[in-house]
Design a protein around this ligand. Structure first.
Ligand code: CTP
Ligand code: MG
Length: 237
């Protein structure tokens, strides 16, 4: 299991100093944001190891924020902390190198999504057990979507409406057969880095979607904190 936690959180307001605390270290209901998904994943049967990728300048700070209930204990998967990279794609590639050789699958999760639960993991694991080598959670898109093109003067010219019925918003965790994910990250892409499911799809490997969870919100701006506080308040801890 890979937990990507090495971002700077620029849309959140970023750290006050270049090496200051990032959004995934922010307090959320009495624990740092990253600790919520870390605690759930470590305790999950079938998860044999967690690789937590952090900004190398924040390694000690993460250790200092480690909640006591996340101390190593029987029944909890061990955590290996590694240095992340300049973008999320590079972070995942660096973390992948620390996934144990004998792992059959690897999941990639954004530490900025603390609102996952076992029911979501059940759906992902069931799809993998059914033989799907690449699985991600997706949620229906609620808003009407249109293409637009900037037209100057603070307005954009509206183009066609995009069919919402055939679209989902992509979440994490994304779960892969380990060989598929390793191959996907060894490949050179024609375009800019995409997410892991996108990398796998570029290999021609079929990717499937299971129902995501609308409460699995990614902490992106400060406004997301209130939503996520409400979410973790009903999570079993
Ligand atoms: N991430 C990472 N390494 C990076 C960039 C992002 O591990 N170099 C992680 C983030 O810590 C986060 C997840 O990828 O858990 C999703 O990224 P995003 O929400 O974009 O976080 P940031 O990149 O930190 O935020 P922003 O894009 O606003 O700067
Ligand atoms: Mg980012």
């Amino acid at each position: 299991m890979i937990l990507a936690a090495a971002g700077s959180g620029s849309r959140f307001g970023g750290p006050a100093t270049p090496t200051g605390p990032t959004k995934v270290e922010e307090d959320l209901g009495g624990r740092p944001v990253f600790a919520w998904s870390l605690a759930l994943l470590r305790a999950r049967a079938g998860v044999v190891s967690v690789v937590l990728a952090v900004d190398p300048r924040r390694r000690d700070a993460f250790a200092a924020r480690w909640p006591a209930e996340l101390a190593d204990a029987a029944g909890l998967a061990p955590v290996r902390v590694v240095a992340g990279g300049a973008d999320r794609d590079a972070t995942v590639r660096l973390a992948l190198a620390a996934v144990p050789e004998d792992a059959t699958h690897a999941a990639v999760h954004d530490a900025a999504r603390p609102g996952i639960d076992d029911a979501l993991l059940d759906r992902l694991f069931a799809a993998a057990a059914a033989g799907h080598d690449a699985v991600f959670p997706g949620v229906p898109v609620a808003d009407t979507l249109r293409r637009v093109q900037a037209a100057g003067g603070g307005v954009a010219r509206a183009g066609e409406t995009v069919d919402r019925e055939s679209l989902v918003a992509v979440q994490t965790p994304q779960l892969f057969a380990i060989g598929v994910l390793r191959r996907a990250h060894a490949a050179t892409l024609p375009g800019p880095p995409t997410d892991d499911a996108g990398r796998v799809a570029a290999l021609g490997v079929p990717v499937v979607c299971v129902p995501g969870d609308p409460r699995n919100v990614k902490l992106t701006t400060r406004a997301d904190l209130a939503t996520l506080e409400a979410r973790v308040a009903d999570a079993p801890s």
